[in-house]
Design a protein around this ligand. Structure first.
Ligand SMILES: *Cc1c(COP(=O)(O)O)cnc(C)c1O
Length: 390
């Protein structure tokens, strides 16, 4: 078994053994299941899988998720910044690794030394990478990024031939990849997808004419699931690895990996007419039992869910009464009296009807990406289950 998995719990050992106050439980068996599903779709089109573990694996923990992903068939990892890539290398992860977005002052010698592939979107960036490689006498591995219509990073089409020419003439770099990113892959049939695919093909032709034969990669989770024709050599799923489906209209056997839970710390009976929490936005319609739960917006429960959320307590959903505070919220239990220390699931797999991160996102008008990524907070303890490979 893998040694580094031994530290399955963050936080000090005393609190680790205690009841959860704010705890994100990450099921690595679910991660492995999801990666196997995605990698088998990729393999069906002859493609490999780069699992995206940026932003500390969307709040799930980059190192444990990376190990689980590699175990389940991923061959590449992708991160946004060189710091994230170096942290994976420091943890002993030796897989292919691409880093794609840094500030102009970043020291690329660290990337070259640590065998990290980097993305290049401009001539200036190419020069900086090549100079860094030259400085330590090694070739840098680069992926040229073409902007096919997202208009974020990536090289604009009119500068592409120049960038390709410069990169192919630069002896300190090896162009191993050509890539781009889709704007609307989560809306299957959106016309921009085919437009971007056409521009991607044109960019590839330019690279081939310059004598390059780079790997191509374009597909995020949504395109991995819905557009096998766009898998090319490598797919780059992120959100689906964590069990959240970016294309809900197409049902997939994905398992949400994160469960956010807490415990009941106090119960009390209040009379009809009593109001709850700041602003007294909720008033008991009848005598009822309230349960206090020590999580709030400092722990990742959006305050905008006030009056619009319920929790899973004792095998049923119960509404949250009144406003979500910084450190606590109050659950209306009617005539039930939960035990002190009883588990409260804020969001999880959805099994049996429990709330999900996707439900939270839909309620407040965001995406589940933001909910789970937002669970990376000092006060939220992270615990790993499903650690052992099966
Ligand atoms: C985040 C990201 C991905 C993964 O996107 P998902 O929608 O989470 O699958 C892929 N490629 C790039 C460039 C990204 O920034």
């Amino acid at each position: 078994m893998r040694k580094a998995f031994d530290h399955v719990l963050w936080g000090d050992p005393v609190s680790a053994a205690s009841l959860p106050r704010a705890e994100a439980v990450v099921d690595l068996a679910a991660v492995r299941h999801n990666v196997r599903l995605l990698a088998s779709r990729a393999a069906a089109s002859g493609s490999e899988t780069m699992v995206v573990v940026k932003a500390d694996a969307y709040g799930h923990g980059a190192v444990p998720v990376a190990r689980a992903a590699l175990d389940a068939g991923a061959t590449w990892l992708g991160v946004a910044s060189l710091d994230e890539a170096l942290a994976l290398r420091e943890a002993g992860i030796t897989s292919r690794l691409l880093s794609w977005l840094d500030t102009p002052d970043v020291d690329f010698t660290a990337a070259v030394r640590s065998d990290i592939d980097v993305s290049v979107s401009s001539a200036g960036e190419l020069t900086r990478v090549a100079d860094a490689a030259g400085e330590i006498g090694r070739r840098a591995r680069i992926h040229l990024k073409i902007d096919t219509g997202l208009s974020r990073n990536g090289c604009p089409a009119e500068r592409w031939p120049g960038l390709v020419k410069a990169a192919s003439a630069e002896e300190n770099v090896e162009v191993v990849g050509l890539w781009s990113h889709l704007a609307c892959a989560d809306e299957p049939g959106h016309p921009s997808i085919d437009t971007q695919a056409r521009r991607f093909a044109a960019a590839y032709d330019v690279a081939r004419e310059a004598g390059l034969s780079p790997l191509r990669h374009l597909a995020n989770s949504a395109a991995t699931l819905t557009r096998p024709d766009l898998h090319f050599d490598l797919v780059r799923p992120g959100i689906a690895v964590y069990g959240l489906n970016p294309v809900p209209q197409q049902e997939e056997d994905l398992r949400p990996a994160m469960t956010f839970r807490s415990s009941v710390v106090l119960t009390k009976r209040v009379s009809a007419g009593e109001s709850v929490s700041y602003g007294h936005t909720w008033t008991a319609a009848r005598d009822t039992t309230l349960a206090l739960v020590p999580v709030g917006y400092a722990d990742g429960v959006p305050r905008t869910l006030s009056g619009r959320m319920s929790v899973w307590l004792g095998g049923v959903r119960r509404p949250v009464a009144g406003r979500v505070c910084m450190d606590q919220l109050v659950v209306d239990c009617g005539d039930d009296e939960p035990e002190l220390g009883a588990e409260v699931v804020l969001f999880g797999t959805g099994e049996g009807g429990m709330p999900t991160a996707t439900e939270w996102a839909d309620t407040i008008g965001t995406i589940d990406y933001e909910i789970v990524t937002g669970m990376y907070r000092p006060r939220v303890r992270r615990r790993y289950v499903g650690v052992d490979s099966v």
